[in-house]
Design a binder for this molecule. Structure first.
Ligand code: PLP
Length: 395
């Protein structure tokens, strides 16, 4: 008897989680592995946030189901944050709280896609978009942005792939895996183009508070009322507040789509964990000192590690200005070591140099590898030195 469905058998495992698992496995066998695979802050959740979670347990508030779409107090905290950060008012009907931003994205695809509807996804892109669209009966349409163009797509590229089945344009800025940020001008051009074609826009802003140097984050939904009307913004607590384990995401946009997403949530996860929701209220409303401390630390690591990575023979690296990833093009380094496939190359770095990275193949970029600098500087320096020595060593 075939135990698993064709549907699940046809899905790919998340390459980042697979790479992280392999690193953990080798570590458990006693191997000395530096793990730069996962996109999660290496800091503990700020104390004021954790304290509110403990409080919610102790006073019994966390014992119960909440509204499927999230606690009204948390929605209000999101609405207040929205007014302050995005600069426009949103109603609670335009908000749904989910078990992580990942589930907000999935609920959105489930809510808007009919079979065969196309979603334009600029690549390199985060690993889960493509599979989530497929799992929601849609068709991912990948548009490849080049390293020469800072990994950003242009309106001309989008125009070349639009069809009468195109329903959604997805944008992720700052981007995972490239760390690139679209400027206000670029977003205005893309947003106006999407509105002119009556497309929905899905803006994954999860890295919006991890911005470095002179760069500025622009929110596409804040650019004009017409763009805002078409846009669903995805955001969450994971990256900004070092809360990946708490699983809190939110989606803000059109109330009809939010209602459909809330229905989907009610039939799948029910509400996100009540404890986490109480913690998230504090994250949004409370003291942000620690958030800035973490951002500065990421920036310092980037500034230290970037020039060293550029010195590795055969690595071509653009300096990112957001998120916490570096995404070098490694075609020359692969040739020097006799590799043709970036996944094999990444595996060799793991097995032979003891550094776990993620193959660019899973992000739609077969010439690149992803390195997360959300880990301590000492490990990062050691990792870069190991990779450099490995590249320089003879085969
Ligand atoms: N969107 C992007 C671009 C991400 O990189 C991630 C996590 O890695 C997510 C969404 C999901 O975040 P969460 O932990 O809130 O599910």
């Amino acid at each position: 008897m075939k135990k698993c469905s064709d549907f699940v058998l046809g899905m790919d495992e998340s390459v980042t989680l697979a790479a992280a698992n392999r690193a953990k496995q080798l570590k458990s066998q006693g191997r000395d592995i530096i793990d730069l695979t996962l996109g999660q802050p290496d800091f503990k959740t700020p104390k004021n946030i954790g304290d509110q979670a403990i409080c919610a347990i102790e006073n019994g508030k966390a014992s119960f189901y909440t509204q499927a779409g999230g606690l009204p107090e948390l929605k209000q905290a999101v609405a207040n944050y929205w007014q302050k950060f995005y600069g426009y008012a949103v109603d609670q009907k335009e908000i749904v709280i989910t078990s992580g931003a990942k589930f907000a994205l999935y609920a959105y695809f489930q809510a808007v896609l009919d079979p065969g509807d196309e979603v334009i996804i600029p690549a390199p892109c985060w690993v889960s978009y493509v599979d989530q669209v497929k799992m929601s009966r849609g068709k991912p349409v990948i548009v490849h942005a080049t390293q020469a163009h800072d990994f950003k797509v242009t309106v001309d590229q989008l125009e070349a792939v639009i069809t009468d089945k195109t329903k959604v344009l997805l944008l992720n800025s700052p981007s995972n895996p490239t760390g690139m940020i679209y400027t206000q001008e670029e977003l205005t051009a893309i947003g106006n183009w999407a509105v002119a074609h009556d497309l929905l826009i899905l803006a994954d802003d999860i890295y919006c508070h991890l911005i470095y140097g002179d760069a500025q984050f622009s929110a596409i939904s804040s650019l004009s009322p017409a763009i805002r009307q078409q846009t669903m913004v995805i955001n969450g607590a994971s990256k900004t507040y070092a809360m990946t384990g708490w699983r809190i995401g939110f989606a803000v946009g059109d109330s009809e789509i939010i209602a459909a997403m809330t229905k989907f949530v009610s039939q799948t996860t029910s509400n996100p964990a009540a404890i986490s929701q109480y913690a998230a209220i504090e994250a949004l409303n409370g003291d942000k000192t620690q958030v800035e401390v973490m951002r500065k630390e990421f920036e310092a690591r980037l500034n230290t590690i970037y020039p060293l990575l550029c010195e590795i023979p055969g690595f071509e690296v653009i300096k990112p200005n957001g998120a916490f990833y570096l995404f070098p093009k490694v075609t020359q380094a692969m040739a020097m070591k006799g590799y043709h496939d970036v996944t094999d190359f990444t595996t060799a770095i793991l097995e032979e140099a003891g550094v776990a990275l993620v193959t660019g193949a899973g992000f739609g970029a077969p010439e690149n590898i992803r390195l997360s600098y959300a880990t301590d500087l000492e490990s990062l320096l050691e990792a870069v030195s190991r990779i450099k020595n490995w590249i320089n060593s003879s085969n």
